[in-house]
Design a protein around this ligand. Structure first.
Ligand code: MTE
Ligand code: MO
Length: 383
């Protein structure tokens, strides 16, 4: 068996004229993914050198929705792009040391880019379907590889800029940048291939969009957990899965408020006796779905006042849940002081369901779902 040769690939669809047009949109998707991903990562950091704002309340819902949808659109774009260029893998190595080094550098940067892109899209999609077939931390790895992907992308664009400008300035059927062997007409025209690609990207977006856009739920085969749950809000982790059923329903449950030596324990009835407020706020899961609800409960700021925690303080929220990464979270001052941020006791006028965090949960505006801590047991001033 012999290795394929670049000249074996004869379809004129495999042309830089197609590659660059698909690549342009793939680059746009990657930039959107990168920017929204950085924002999401920052929002989840315990330390915020620059204040993360609580407004607009729907901000994170939109940026995280864009993150998942641009990632979904990138999948067909990447497949088509790689298909159009993959014969170049079998190009003969350049002659002469200088050109060989350049050649290897270019191939190396493309290899890094493709590997990082495939990794990001595959892990991101798996995450959106809540399938974690790996042992590493998703967030740390996805974040680190995002820098690799974007760095390799910038190098790639810089190296290819002359070709990109050449083919984009020319007709899509132009041949000046084609490989000499790429002369055979395909079953599609180049325009036809591009239209099919845009259509595939559109389908990928629609298949995921129902996770955030209620009107699209019925067409979103990949939009998991887009539908039900008490009060129309999906359940992420159930009380059984978090092993909190016994403690969350126990009559001795108290919310413990602490500020150094000062502390106060409140039962659910005590909390219901405090001034109650309504907040219309979304839960926007980092895994891609989001849903809005009308929550009822006590303002976090009012609770902090009870133990003398001054405005401008970050607080730490602890859950009854004993294991897992989200059992304690930092609620930064910008959220803790916001009037819309509640210790929610109800949803849509009903008692909060056990799976939504009964007896009490955090709900704050413009915040990743992972930080909307359920089954809260303690709120204290951050040391
Ligand atoms: N204690 C605790 N709180 C939690 C979680 C959890 O696993 N444990 N999951 C978080 C995540 S990832 C999301 S998206 C929201 C979902 O809230 P819901 O299940 O009420 O929709 O709760 C957050 N609060
Ligand atoms: Mo989540």
């Amino acid at each position: 068996m012999r290795l394929p040769d670049e000249r074996d690939f004869r379809s004129r669809l495999r042309s830089a004229a197609v590659t660059a047009r698909v690549g342009l949109w793939l680059g746009v998707c990657f930039l959107v993914c990168f920017a929204t991903g950085l924002l999401s990562h920052y929002a989840q950091n315990p330390d915020h050198p620059v204040t993360f704002p609580a407004s607009p309340a729907w901000g994170y819902r939109v940026t995280q929705g864009l993150h998942v949808l641009s990632g979904a659109a990138a999948v067909p774009l990447l497949l088509v792009k790689v298909w159009t260029v993959y014969p170049r893998l079998f190009r003969r190595p350049a002659r002469g040391t200088g050109r060989l080094v350049l050649d290897l550098l270019e191939r190396g940067s493309v290899a890094v880019l493709v590997a990082a892109a495939v990794f990001q899209l595959a892990t991101g999609l798996a995450n959106a379907t809540t399938w974690y077939p790996w042992a590493f931390s998703f967030r740390a790895t996805h974040y680190a590889l995002a820098w690799v992907a974007i760095g390799a992308l910038l190098v790639h664009v810089a190296v290819k800029l002359p070709v990109i400008r050449g083919v984009l300035g020319d007709d899509v059927d132009g041949t000046s940048y084609d490989r000499p062997a790429a002369t055979e007409p395909g079953i599609l025209s180049r325009r036809g291939l591009l239209r099919t690609t845009w259509l595939a990207a559109g389908v990928a977006v629609l298949a995921n969009a129902g996770s955030s856009v209620p009107l699209l739920r019925d067409v979103s085969v990949l939009g998991v957990r887009s539908g039900d749950g008490p009060g129309g809000v999906p359940i992420n982790k159930s009380a059984v899965a978090a092993a909190v059923t016994a403690t969350a329903t126990h009559p001795d449950w108290r919310l413990s408020l602490r500020n150094g030596d000062r502390s106060l324990d409140l039962s659910r009835d005590d909390l219901l006796a405090q001034p109650q407020h309504d907040s219309e706020l979304p839960i926007a899961c980092v895994e891609g779905w989001s849903a809005s609800g009308r929550w009822q409960g006590v303002r976090i700021r009012d609770l902090l006042d009870l133990v003398g925690i001054p405005p401008g303080s970050d607080v730490v929220v602890t859950s009854l849940q004993e294991s897992g990464p989200y059992t304690t979270t930092v609620l930064h001052a910008s959220f803790a002081d916001d009037d819309r941020t509640l210790l929610a006791l109800g949803l849509e006028g009903e008692t909060l369901s056990l799976d939504h965090g009964y007896p009490a949960r955090i709900i704050a505006p413009n915040r990743p779902g992972v930080l909307q801590t359920k089954w809260v047991s303690r709120i204290e001033a951050r040391a």
